[in-house]
Design a protein. Structure first.
Length: 233
């Protein structure tokens, strides 16, 4: 039976709070994805999530529930090393949480290979820092194409970025190799990689906003220390 929910769509919020976002991620985990066109125009961070994103540029373990009322406005702290957090849910799939243990990476990437599946039941996505101003890399968004993750976040020297997997997000199944090939062909079509500009590592390159549009991946951007993230069009 085809489910028609036009009434639901009519009341769909144009702005998500973090709670709306979490609800949507848990729905996606249950296989109920939103279409690209159903994503809101803006996402409003709360204090906790802003602290989490800002913590991606700080060494050491995160200290939750200590509200930093003296949060510096300027200068922004930018670590030269990449850090990352996993965003997970419990076995009942009804709570979203972020373990306080940070993954420490190198200058160009952070690896989650030591990710402990025994403790964290379902991975929803990964938040990590890019010390440069670089938007997501192709390797960062690959898990959204293969369906392994539902969203991804990056904090650069000046911006927050969030990207989501939608029902109509392009992907060629769960095969990383095939999806890499797809992205590579797309990068060539967008003239990001050309024969004059061959990438040293053809596995990974910087994504552009227009590539997110083509992949049907809702992408949000906001300035650091600002709560509002706007959808890119
Ligand atoms: Zn990255």
């Amino acid at each position: 039976m085809i489910e028609r929910n036009t009434t639901k769509e009519a009341v769909r919020p144009k702005c998500w709070t973090i709670d709306d976002m979490k609800r949507s991620l848990l729905e996606a985990l249950r296989g109920r994805f939103l279409l690209t066109c159903e994503y809101p125009d803006t996402i409003l961070l709360n204090e906790t999530w802003m602290d989490i994103l800002e913590d991606l540029h700080k060494p050491g373990k995160i200290q939750r529930n200590i509200r930093n009322i003296f949060r510096p406005i300027s200068p922004l702290r930018t670590s030269p090393i990449e850090y990352g957090f996993t965003v997970v849910t419990n076995r009942k799939k009804n709570t979203v949480f972020i373990p306080t243990k940070k993954s420490v990476g190198e200058k160009t990437h952070v690896s989650f290979e030591d990710y402990d599946k025994k403790h964290f039941q379902y991975l929803l996505g990964i938040l990590h820092s890019h010390p440069s101003g670089q938007l997501f890399s192709s390797e960062d968004i690959l898990p959204l194409m293969t369906g392994a993750n539902f969203f991804a976040g990056v904090v650069t020297s000046s911006k927050y970025y969030l990207a989501f997997k939608a029902k109509d997000t392009k992907g060629m199944g769960s095969n990383n190799f095939v999806n890499r090939g797809y992205l590579l062909a797309m990068a060539r079509a967008h003239l990001i990689l050309t024969s004059r500009n061959p990438s040293k590592d053809t596995r990974s390159f910087g994504m552009t906003k227009s590539m997110f549009r083509e992949l049907n991946m809702p992408l949000y951007v906001g300035n650091r220390l600002q709560f509002k993230l706007k959808r890119t069009r």
